[in-house]
Design a protein around this ligand. Sequence first.
Ligand code: HEC
Length: 109
Amino acid sequence: MIAIAVLLAQAITPPPAPVPAPPRPAEEIWMQKCKLCHGEDGRSRTVKGRKLKAPDFTGQKWQTHTDDREIVEAIENGIPKREMPAFKDKLTPEEIQSLKAFVRAFGRK
Ligand code: HEC
């Protein structure tokens, strides 16, 4: 009887509107998901970064030869042949945009 009442209550009570998680700051995501390969300083001088030949984001050459679309695409889809993971399902579009700006900022240091 109680089970039926619960089911009824669930059927008539609309589910609460999902509260979107606030976007996390790019730096926090970087430290959790990118630092392992690309390093805290964006130079990719980590054990994994060296092994996989990840780029030095502080290099002016890399900054000029890479456009914003390529940065976003790399973060969304990853680079499977070089073992960079895809983040499309783990980050929101806003978070990916803010990471793009974060990667760009390494070029201004
Ligand atoms: C497992 C290691 C690994 C992790 C973790 C990783 N990357 Fe990468 N990333 C790479 C490698 C290796 C490359 C170089 C691929 C190439 O040059 O083809 C790369 C390339 C890139 C590029 C350059 C793409 C281009 O066109 O030159 C960007 C931007 C980038 N990563 C951003 C990120 C961000 C942001 C994160 C975290 C959300 C991240 N990466 C996490 C390994 C990693």
